[in-house]
Ligand binder design. Structure first.
Ligand SMILES: [Zn+2]
Length: 215
């Protein structure tokens, strides 16, 4: 499996020859990075097999890209039905033996009351949980879901002992931490809090925007 971080909280994932974009084109909310123009151009040159969005916040979602994707490919986006400017569905999708299942989930904090949110389970030869901005507390007792090989999480899972304990107990082989500012632009101490909580183990990966990692 290969991933490329294309956005603040998003990746282009390639699993079993299928490409899946998850929260992969976003706008900027400082200190979080926007999708760089060259990444956006690459994604529009050859659209991924599936496009998924967890929710409509700017640092995860770009309605211009979503509308263009729909216009150019006729494809439907997986995610909450309230995503503005595109056709979206909470039904599971399958391409080439890889299935993506949206799981309704609550956005962490007060935004949980105002924004619809979905997380995604990607299942092929490996199982990926892409949790978006969902609350870590949702996942600790989900024995109904297939066990994750790889976990994609935002900083809420690595900056508090409770979040980190839940992350560890999910038992993934590797955890990919997204939704991090560049270290030199981190004005809110997320790198320091993550270091203090996790001690940066080898199986916690923090890709920079544009970086490709083989898992
Ligand atoms: Zn959000």
């Amino acid at each position: 499996m290969e991933i490329r971080r294309t956005a603040n909280a998003g990746v282009l994932l390639k699993l079993d020859g299928v490409s899946i974009l998850l929260d992969g084109v976003c706008r900027e909310i400082k200190p979080y990075p926007a999708t760089p123009p060259e990444e956006r151009a690459k994604l529009c040159e050859s659209y991924p097999d599936m496009v998924c969005y967890t929710h409509a916040h700017k640092d995860h979602y770009d309605p211009t890209f979503a509308a263009e994707y729909g216009k150019q490919t006729g494809g439907v986006i997986l995610g909450p039905e309230e995503l503005p400017g595109c056709n979206s569905t909470m039904a599971a999708g399958s391409v080439g033996g890889v299935t993506v299942t949206p799981i309704p989930s609550r956005h962490i904090g007060g935004a949980g009351k105002t924004v619809s949110h979905a997380s995604f389970i990607v299942k092929g030869s490996q199982c990926v949980w892409f949790l978006g901005d969902s609350s870590p507390l949702l996942w600790k007792d989900r024995t109904d879901l297939p066990k994750p090989d790889f976990l994609f999480v935002p900083y809420a899972y690595t900056t508090t002992p409770t979040g980190w304990t839940i992350t560890r107990n999910l038992g993934a082989k590797k955890t990919v931490l997204l939704h991090m500012p560049a270290r030199e632009e981190d004005t809110i101490g997320l790198w320091a809090a993550t270091e203090a909580t996790t001690k940066f183990p080898d199986d916690l990966l923090i890709p920079s925007v544009g970086q490709t990692i083989t898992l």
